[in-house]
Design a protein around this ligand. Structure first.
Ligand SMILES: [Zn+2]
Length: 56
């Protein structure tokens, strides 16, 4: 059973609430290995480098 709205929410009130729902902007970084664009906290799309020095 779904909840029944007790009071009507105006467009402004709904919009204000939804102003917090937007996804955060993806932080695009430059790969230190191949200088290509990469996402933060992700391995590089092009060369797979994570930014950490890997021994293997
Ligand atoms: Zn790279």
């Amino acid at each position: 059973m779904g909840g029944v709205p007790v009071k009507h929410h105006s467009k402004g009130k709904v919009g204000r609430r939804r102003s917090h729902l937007a996804l955060k902007k993806k932080s695009m970084l430059v790969c230190a290995n191949c200088k290509g664009p990469k996402l933060g906290h992700r391995a590089c799309i092009q060369c797979g480098a994570t930014g950490k020095s890997q021994s293997a």
